[in-house]
Design a protein around this ligand. Structure first.
Ligand code: AMP
Length: 196
């Protein structure tokens, strides 16, 4: 299947074309149709397979850019990966007006806080710094509808299990009667263990 046969918005198809992607990679062929339908996914994929666009295209498709709410959260094990993912999401989402903000450790809080204040439809974060933001009430995640755990095995082996639990519980609305906001979870991992 080609990108233009996948029911992708014209604004995103244009960005895909500008990125120079002609044929979807295997994981994109398999994952995009499933994710566009709003299903959960557990994907086994290494870096270099095109997995960022495999989740990025459906993620951007689902963003309502007429509100400022943070609707999607991508968790990455390292700052380098977070920045790479954010760059790709920014390029794919620019024609739809999707704003992407990256939150990671080892850098000043100022720029990251300003980014969140201006409105971030998608937040790409490393777990440790995002927990800091949550504890200091500098970010709200109650409107998040999709959580992507990128390189989940790496995050666990780096000791982020507790941080991930804190973050996932912050994606639930305050009102416990309402439906869990983060209804979709897309998990990618190079290896699958029972812990993952
Ligand atoms: P990733 O596995 O997401 O880190 O992607 C690896 C590289 O492949 C990145 O530089 C992407 O820009 C590129 N890429 C992703 N999808 C495609 C595609 N369908 N065609 C060509 N290049 C792609």
């Amino acid at each position: 299947m080609q990108f233009n046969e996948m029911n992708i918005l014209p604004a995103i198809l244009k960005a895909i074309e500008e990125e120079g992607y002609h044929t979807p990679t295997q994981i994109q062929q398999e994952a995009i149709p499933i994710l566009l339908k709003g299903h959960d996914l557990l994907g086994c994929a290494q870096t270099g397979t095109g997995k960022t666009a495999a989740f990025g295209i459906p993620l951007i498709e689902n963003i309502d850019s007429t509100t400022k709410d943070t609707q999607a959260l991508v968790l990455s094990p390292t700052r380098e990966l977070a920045l790479q993912v954010a760059e790709q999401l920014t390029l794919l989402g620019k024609k739809k007006g999707v704003r992407v903000v990256t939150i990671y450790g080892g850098a000043s809080y100022r720029t990251q806080i300003d980014g969140i204040k201006r409105g971030a439809h998608i937040v790409v974060a490393t777990p440790g710094r995002l927990v800091d933001f949550l504890e200091q009430k500098m970010i709200k995640l109650q409107s998040v509808k999709t959580v992507v755990l990128d390189e989940a095995d790496e995050m666990l082996s780096m000791g982020f299990k507790e941080a991930l639990e804190t973050i996932l519980s912050a994606t639930q609305p305050d009102d416990s009667d309402s439906v869990r906001a983060a209804c979709r979870t897309w998990l990618f991992s190079a290896t699958m263990s029972s812990e993952v």
